[in-house]
Write a protein that binds this ligand. Structure first.
Ligand SMILES: Nc1ncnc2c1ncn2[C@@H]1O[C@H](COP(=O)(O)OP(=O)(O)OP(=O)(O)O)[C@@H](O)[C@H]1O
Ligand SMILES: [Mg+2]
Length: 722
């Protein structure tokens, strides 16, 4: 037997386990289910290491780590991989994408890192290796009480049925009713208030910081953000500022940059120039946002939100970790689980936009944001300050958020639209096959455990069975039902059954064209939120919509009067159409008021829907559309007209370079093969020209880049003088 506590302690180089971790080690951690409720930064990841490694090395069973964010799954995967993979001969993998696969290859790995969505999709695809799982670690388990809560609740309930011996380790900093959760999971409860780095929580108003313990500190009398930031930088510390919208995060970064630049050293500046350059060139051709961010980063400040592409986000996180970037203004994209050197967290708003207005955020979310300050790896103290307008607001925040009790985590399984999708998935994977098994299954959920009375839920489920049967996704009767072929596919594709039904109706239309097909993909729950139309443009877009009505695969003519989001859907389809017709990215951003990161996130979903449509078409007698849909997928993925599809398959060639090549007469891959590297270099730059040629099997001699660059320069000079 391997002594796991010793191995983990030595590998991490910790002198001791902390009090929370010791509580765990005194409990039957090596076999029982466990709920660990302890503050942010208290080292819960170590519990994942202990239990995961124990399962693999001592029990010869697989382990899995699951969490709500891709970024978090990746971060922990990389860290675990570095520490244990080679050293202990443990095969590790991270799986967060491809939702239409049982990912059989994963069965070769010992430790798999996933998001909740991927894990649920593995269950819907009946990945049988999940039965060999010894330990499942669920991070941020308070997410049970969120939009994705039902997915997590389904995962837990299914796995406990499928694999009764599975050890479940649930971790969270923000779960006040952890005893209830532990009782549901029949788990040992470890509760601790230990936080290795003290976190001082406070409010700022009228040039004063007031802490929870009533201590006060004066700040400068100018703008509160500037005052708080310079106060942080004077202490040679870094700050993370939270904003509730993307534009606010950007304006805060701009304001921060003016303060931060005065504190930069020569080394900082050198480093920042490098990061800024990479940020500016993260896309094929830089957009205004890239330039804006890059300029701010040169001054030591950055913004971070879903509008950025992944490379830019990582560059910022790493630049901040390395200490060159002094402050990040972020939306809650950075609120959970991450370790960053932010001595101070500044929270500018405790409201967010939801249900058409501003609503207060839960205390749980506040605690997660505050908890990003003072992380043991970087700081020996931390502060989280909420900015308030006046004393009145400050005392309310102090009472409600800072001194207030967090709301208990409660099951969200009773929400009908989500339940509809999960029910179909459960029938498809045969967890449910009649009314009895349906009631049995749902009696095991947290919902049943918390609410005791399940009458409403059971009634809703019966209604949904009827509805799914009317949609043609299941057949049979009360004492035995199963999914139809198309129903199984809809479940596997992870589609909302109502969206799938609309999509199928659209596919059955004979005369589907590119724009109509784009609209059909947009007209789904998955494609939400739709793009907004500016009030001043609304009449115009509405007029265009009416004139193009015949192109749209809408089966009910009433939609024009009943669908309140029709204009937004049309606008979203127009955006996708413009993207696939090579409208330059910057123009798209301006015309549709959208950002690169959002474009990519939208495209990913639409690609998924297009893939689903390709898969569903033959099952509903609509094979004639598969060609159109497959071509559309390619056009969507690169944002191109059809004639560029093949060129874009070359690595390094995106919509901009492909168009340049095409317009210079290089229209096919064969043309690229024939063209000289010098000629290509003139069109798409030397570095890319070399990569492309190499892909096509050409031998490129060492030092070629320098030579070609010199030639191009010479030609340019000649040209300039002629
Ligand atoms: N026993 C220990 N001694 C020293 N450092 C430790 C110890 N245990 C954990 N740490 C360090 O503490 C830091 C925070 O740990 P971790 O990210 O696991 O916190 P967490 O409890 O998961 O917080 P959150 O709830 O915010 O996700 C890590 O950098 C980790 O290396
Ligand atoms: Mg954590």
């Amino acid at each position: 037997m391997v002594n796991i506590p010793e191995l983990v302690q030595q590998t991490n180089g910790f002198s001791d386990y902390n009090p929370m971790q010791q509580l765990v080690l005194q409990a039957p951690w090596d076999g029982k289910n466990m709920v660990v409720a302890s503050p942010t930064a208290s080292g819960k990841t170590i519990i994942a290491e202990l239990t995961g490694l124990n399962s693999i090395l001592n029990k010869r069973k697989k382990a899995m780590y699951t969490c709500p964010l891709r970024a978090l799954a990746n971060e922990h995967y990389t860290d675990f991989q570095d520490k244990y993979s080679k050293q202990q001969n443990i095969r590790m993998a991270v799986a967060t994408g491809d939702m239409d696969s049982s990912s059989k290859y994963l069965s070769q790995y010992d430790f798999v890192f996933t998001t909740y969505e991927k894990l649920n999709s593995l269950l819907v695809h009946r990945a049988d290796w999940l039965q060999q799982l010894g330990t499942l670690i669920i991070d941020e388990v308070h997410e049970l009480d969120s939009d994705r809560g039902p997915t997590l609740e389904m995962i837990i309930t299914k796995l406990r049925i499928l694999n009764p011996k599975l050890q479940i380790i649930a971790l969270s900093a923000t779960i006040p009713n952890s005893d209830e959760l532990a009782a549901w999971l029949q788990a040992e409860l470890i509760q601790s208030n230990y936080r290795p780095v003290p976190l001082k929580e406070g409010v700022h108003y009228e040039s004063t910081i007031e802490f929870k313990d009533n201590a006060r500190e004066k700040t400068r009398e100018d703008d509160p953000i500037e005052a708080m930031l310079s106060n942080t930088l004077e202490k040679k510390k870094q700050a993370l500022v939270f904003a509730n919208t993307r534009p606010r995060a950007e304006s805060l970064a701009k304001q921060s940059a003016a303060v931060v630049q005065k504190f930069l050293t020569i080394e900082d500046k050198k480093e920042l120039v490098k990061i800024a350059k990479k940020i500016e060139n993260a896309l094929e051709s830089p957009t205004e946002q890239c330039k804006k961010l890059s300029a701010l980063v040169q001054n030591g400040a950055a913004f971070h939100h879903a509008g950025l592409v992944q490379t830019q986000r990582s560059l910022i996180e790493n630049g901040f970790r390395a200490g060159a970037i002094k402050t990040i203004s972020a939306t809650p994209t950075l609120a959970a689980g991450v370790n960053l050197p932010s001595f101070r967290v500044i929270i500018t708003s405790l409201h967010r936009f939801d249900f058409g207005g501003m609503v207060p955020i839960p205390i749980r979310e506040y605690r997660q944001m505050a908890g990003r300050a003072g992380r043991p790896k970087y700081d020996s103290a931390g502060e989280s300050i909420v900015l308030c307008k006046n004393e009145l607001e400050a005392s309310a925040v102090m009472e409600e958020y800072i001194r207030g009790e967090m709301e208990p985590v409660s099951s969200q399984v009773g929400r009908e639209p989500i339940l509809r999708m999960h029910l179909l998935g459960l029938i498809a994977s045969r967890f449910i096959f009649d009314t009895q098994s349906m009631d049995d299954f749902f009696s095991k959920t947290l919902y049943a455990f918390q609410y005791k009375n399940t009458d409403n839920l059971f009634r809703m489920l019966r209604g949904l069975v009827k509805e799914l049967s009317e949609l043609g996704f299941i057949e049979g009767e009360e004492n035995r039902f199963w999914t139809t072929k198309i129903g199984s596919r809809v479940a596997e594709l992870y589609l909302d059954p109502l969206s799938a039904a609309d999509l199928i109706a659209a596919l059955k239309k004979m005369d589907l064209n590119h724009f109509g097909a784009l609209f059909a993909l947009v007209d789904t729950t998955e494609a939400r939120p739709y793009l907004n139309v500016k009030t001043k443009d609304e009449a115009l877009v509405w007029e265009e919509l009416q004139s193009r009505w015949a192109e749209l695969p809408i089966t009910s003519s009433e939609a024009m009067f009943t669908d309140t989001q029709l204009v937004q859907k049309f606008q979203t389809a127009k955006f996708l159409d413009a993207w696939t017709n090579e409208t330059p990215e910057q123009q798209l951003l301006d015309d549709f008021n959208i950002q690169p990161g959002i474009i990519r996130a939208k495209l990913q979903i639409v690609d998924w829907l297009a893939y689903s449509a390709v898969e569903l078409a033959p099952l509903v007698g609509a094979q004639q559309h598969t060609g159109l849909l497959s071509r559309m997928r390619k056009r969507l993925s690169s944002g191109i007209k059809e004639e560029l599809v093949l060129l874009c398959e070359l690595r390094g060639i995106g919509r901009v370079r492909a168009r340049r090549l095409f317009n210079s007469g290089i229209k096919t891959v064969a043309d690229v093969k024939q063209a000289s590297v010098e000629n290509l270099a003139k069109i798409i730059g030397t570095a890319v020209a070399i990569t492309v040629k190499k892909q096509l099997g050409a031998e490129i001699e060492k030092g070629a880049k320098k030579k070609i660059d010199a030639q191009l320069k010479e030609q340019k000079t000649l040209f300039d003088h002629s």
